[in-house]
Design a protein around this ligand. Structure first.
Ligand SMILES: C[S@@+](CC[C@H](N)C(=O)[O-])C[C@H]1O[C@@H](n2cnc3c(N)ncnc32)[C@H](O)[C@@H]1O
Length: 285
């Protein structure tokens, strides 16, 4: 079977450099603006294609080590290319953050942007890892997304996917069951509410400060959203369908998103929270 361009893109989560301009990359400077002083070691969790590491290295000549942990080999390869000019100041590790292994670093700063929901429901593992890998006085800077969810636990990207599946003839009412059958957790279920997250974070960290912004996504056309979805979510949702329907599904996602924008002036808007945390000592959670 020949894959469409978008199916091939989704397999490798390709095109993120472009796609992330619509939403995720805005976290980068928002977070780095909160890095104080002259850090020596920074670790970025779910480091993607290395955009945050690159910006951190450019901002902070004091950084002798910038470490990225990431699951996707394609993304690590792209990050490796991007960060090549920084030579031995960069270390990239392939890692699964749902079961993070100990590393021989103590970081002045640990960052994690737009990743935590992928680690649900075992986020406590990475949070314990961060607490144990922060240098004394170090900070954990974390961004989390908080789409509204409905009674079925769907919201945010799930809503667009539900519209797209509807266009393929799948009734809206059967979408929660379809996702459940295929063990695809709705993103709005993965993203815990801010108060629940605050309690979880409190087991490992002391909260210094939080900030909030609204992430608003608008696109120039349906194709741009189709590209964004494939780069961000890959096959995650498409996997609920037979392979022969996936190419049409990606197109339908683009059309559904653009139709929403025509109705509401934007595809989506959701609160994003930035948490500045320090390790709690003497705790074992
Ligand atoms: C939305 S992207 C965010 C990338 C980057 N932090 C940013 O803000 O642009 C989520 C990233 O988390 C990575 N990821 C998801 N689950 C992971 C896991 N279990 N272990 C390591 N990385 C993971 C993905 O491969 C992807 O690069």
């Amino acid at each position: 079977m020949t894959l469409s361009d978008t199916e091939a893109q989704a397999r490798t989560l390709g095109g993120y450099d472009d796609a992330s301009r619509l939403r995720q990359v805005h976290d980068r400077d928002w977070v780095l603006d909160r890095v104080a002083g002259e850090p020596g070691v920074l670790v970025d969790l779910g480091s993607g294609i290395g955009q945050l590491l690159e910006a951190a290295l450019l901002r902070h000549p004091s950084l002798r080590l910038a470490v990225g942990l990431e699951r996707s080999q394609h993304r690590l390869d792209e990050a490796g290319e991007r960060l090549r000019p920084f030579g031995g100041r960069v270390v990239l590790h392939r890692a699964d953050l749902t079961a993070p292994a100990p590393l021989p670093y103590r970081a002045d700063v640990v960052t994690m942007t737009s990743v935590l929901h992928w680690l649900y429901p075992v986020e406590h593992r990475v949070l314990g890892w961060v607490r144990d890998h922060l240098a004394p006085g170090g900070h954990f800077l974390l961004t989390t997304y908080h789409p509204q969810r409905d009674a079925d636990g769907l919201g945010g990207e799930d809503d667009i996917v539900r519209d797209a599946l509807g266009a393929l003839g799948i009734p809206a009412g059967s979408v929660p069951g379809l996702l459940d059958d295929r063990e695809v957790l709705p993103i709005a279920t993965r993203t815990r509410p801010a108060d629940v997250l605050a309690a979880l974070l409190g087991e490992f960290f002391t909260l210094e400060e939080t900030w909030e912004r609204e992430a608003v996504v608008t696109v120039r056309d349906a194709a741009q959203y189709e590209h964004f979805h494939a780069a961000t979510f890959g096959d995650y949702y498409a996997s609920v369908l037979e392979p022969g329907l996936r190419s049409e599904f990606f197109r339908a996602v683009g059309r559904a998103a653009f139709a929403r924008q025509k109705r509401r002036g934007r595809v989506s808007a959701m609160p994003v929270r930035l948490w500045k945390l320090t390790a709690r000592t003497g705790t074992t959670a």
